[in-house]
Ligand binder design. Sequence first.
Ligand code: PLP
Length: 351
Amino acid sequence: MNGPPVIPHSRPSLGEAEAQAAADVIRSGLLAQGEKVTKFERALAKLTGQDEGVAVSSGTAALFLALKGLGIGPGDEVIFPSYVCTAPWHAVSQAGATPVLVDIDPETYHPSPEAVTRAITRKTKAVIVPHLFGLPADLSELEKLGIPIIEDCAQTLGASMGGRPVGSVGALTVCSFYATKLITTGEGGMVLGRSGPHMARIRAVRQYDERDALESAFNYKMTDMQAALGLCQVTALPQFIKRRQAIATQYTAILRDVKADPPAGIPRHDHVFYRYVVRLPQSVEPAIKAFAARGVSCRRPVFKPIHSYLGLPGFSGTDLAWERSLSIPIYPSLVEHEVERVVDAMREVLA
Ligand SMILES: Cc1ncc(COP(=O)(O)O)c(C=O)c1O
């Protein structure tokens, strides 16, 4: 088929700096976890306002290790929203604990504090709060519940929430550096937190080698090649965010004339637009096909809510969000003529 190339839903922003940094590590011959990983951990601790970080192989591994760090296991319950990828469900299940799903506010896409409060039992040991799509959740009500919060920053980094950096509030914070994320190492993740027994336990479990005793451990390490990429990306993050916000401003201007609601905001919370998610008055399926016919790849921002895999009722906010929410391509490597094509397609499809 002829015509301009398809604009993908996601595309990483990698340049000469990343290529050079990876090449330098390869030439050094020191490929595995080393000084680049340590530097990357320090850079993320600074960004999130936490004391220290433990870099690992993925965001899912980071979630699993955060649970282990908090001593969570069989007999314990962990609360998180149904409207998120299945990573938290796998992490909680792998830890041997019981996942407890809650509904979301369909405007902000964050777990509603009322739903979290209702889900608490004597067995509740943590609540995982994903800061979805680039908007930090309002944690003020959840903090009052006195349950350890695991901030999931896989989709939101470098944003401030009410004057505090996203990632600075949780008992522990996790990140993902998968290829589509705000900053990437290809695959990768990190747990961040205050220095103390939780972080010490996580650091110990990350690797099995050179230990005095044969204690439970595994291999969750990140390589220096990945961390070298991550260091370049974290330096570029402020520019990346500016570009995402500039594109979002262009998209939002179009929405005044069409039948779709722009992404919601929260007072004094930055939106870093990991995703640009609009809410339609009807199901998104026809719009996804119409965008595809114009060479623009749009998606549902969450593939399928977790409660629907399990056939659980009672998630009306999540069901509404899943049916009506459409994610439109937004990333720093989107060049101006591509943004114009997306804007034209928005005008036509969402009219
Ligand atoms: C909110 C959230 N948490 C966790 C993860 C898991 O991260 P990873 O894919 O690096 O395992 C993702 C993933 O993509 C995510 O969006």
